[in-house]
Design a protein around this ligand. Structure first.
Ligand code: HEC
Length: 396
């Protein structure tokens, strides 16, 4: 795109590729279907004078856009102005997940309204006269308007457009996901707790997001589109940071405890099994590597093994319990708490192994024992393995 001197260019987001259906692609397709159905019905209302055959065709065509080819309600001989999957298929695909991201309740509402619209469109299709058609089709339009999300309601997560504007549904596959709790330091999508706080782009790439933005700010060479969810994300980040970074209460050490600490320094306790860490490596590649990097060195997200990570852990007084809480409750950052308890235990085993903690005979538990809350994350005095230049031990 040609750089426009300081100007923000208006353009629609490019249609997502159909090859892999990402959440973003599914939600954008659902929105296109809903808009297509609205356009067909509005067109038919304007041209209703052309007779029953044409408005019945329009009603079926709108139904086709909403239900998609896979439904029995779809009539192949009638034009389908939307995607093959249909809005209902796409929304069901998005709802069919283990975790509970913030868009789930909104999409339930979208689904209910689209289903109601299909009911009214069926009445419109069977209408005996123009008046009956107009009554049924205007009811369908009201439902679809809510399903789409009225522009004035984007800030309260109105419909499909609001869900795309304010949640992870707005993030295209492969985009750089950054920490939405912080201000944008580079281009990408600022996410936290499943919400989208901002989208930062270079000045020459600045296109108003399809689903709108609450406010726009120029920041050096970047343009930042803040969503309506941004202030709430900030609030969540503040309360959450306090929750996961507990103030460490320092009890007066008893002599017995000192001996224990000394013993710990001599040999870091084995907290997982080698087999578990190996499993965890696979979990990591599938669910964590896209943000934390193939070597845990950090890419879009901070390093989680080696010198940098251990320095942060020491500075903030992180314990095994804190790491476990961060991983099990906040990760993967874009889909928190979505893995099985066993997978979380495995991936934490892999993190410990990558930080050169020794393997032992007891597996990392699925439920944390109380002593995890006091067990500090340390640089092992005797690394199990050979740390590379970043201080990371390879797991085979
Ligand atoms: C979509 C990107 C993304 C994915 C996927 C992801 N993370 Fe994170 N992770 C982040 C971001 C961003 C932070 C920083 C959050 C903050 O500072 O509040 C983070 C922080 C962490 C931290 C704390 C480190 C620190 O310095 O804050 C750990 C540990 C962690 N992630 C582990 C994991 C594990 C294990 C997985 C896979 C199960 C995973 N992450 C998947 C983005 C991601």
């Amino acid at each position: 795109m040609a750089p426009a001197a300081g100007a923000v260019l208006l353009a629609l987001a490019a249609p997502a590729s159909a090859a892999t259906i990402s959440d973003h692609a599914s939600s954008a397709a659902a929105l296109r279907d809903i808009k297509a159905a609205i356009a067909v019905i509005t067109g038919a209302e304007d041209a209703a004078a052309s007779g029953p055959a044409s408005y019945r065709l329009a009603a079926q065509s709108a139904i086709n856009a909403l239900v998609g080819e896979h439904s029995r309600q779809f009539v192949a001989s009638v034009p389908n102005p939307g995607d093959a999957g249909g809005a209902i298929g796409q929304v069901n695909h998005l709802l069919d997940r283990r975790a509970n991201p913030p868009f789930v309740p909104v999409l339930h509402g979208v689904l209910v309204n689209v289903l109601a619209a299909v009911g009214h469109l069926q009445d419109a299709r069977k209408a005996r006269g123009l008046t009956a058609f107009e009554v049924a089709s205007s009811r369908a339009l009201e439902d679809l308007d809510v399903a789409q999300g009225r522009a004035s309601e984007y800030d309260v997560l109105g419909g499909m457009a609001g869900a795309i504007a304010n949640t992870g549904l707005g993030v295209p596959a492969g985009a750089a996901i950054l920490n939405g709790c912080a201000a944008p330091a580079r281009t990408g999508y600022g996410m936290s707790h499943g919400w989208l706080a901002w989208r930062a782009v270079t000045l020459s790439d600045a296109t108003i997001p399809d689903a709108g933005a609450a406010f726009i700010r120029k920041d050096g060479n970047m343009v930042v589109f803040y969503t309506a969810a941004a202030p709430m994300v900030r609030h969540l980040c503040d309360t959450h940071a306090a929750a996961i970074r507990p103030t460490v209460t320092r009890a007066k050490p008893k002599p017995a405890r000192l001996i224990e600490v000394a013993a710990q320094a001599a040999a870091t306790k084995a907290l997982y099994t080698a087999a578990q860490a190996k499993q965890g490596k696979a979990v990591y590649s599938a669910d964590c590597a896209s943000c934390h990097g193939g070597n845990l060195q950090g890419v879009a997200a901070p390093a989680i093994a080696g010198k940098d990570f251990l320095a942060t852990a020491k500075k903030d007084g992180w314990t095994v319990g804190v790491i476990r809480t961060i991983v099990t409750q906040n990760m993967p950052f874009n889909n928190p708490a979505s893995l099985k308890p066993a997978q979380y235990a495995e991936v934490i085993a892999y993190l410990l192994a990558s930080n050169c903690y020794p393997a032992g005979k007891t597996a990392f538990p699925e439920h944390a024992p109380t002593d995890f809350a006091t067990m500090k994350i340390v640089t092992p005095a005797h690394p199990a393995g050979t740390p590379n230049m970043f201080g990371v031990c390879a797991v085979k």
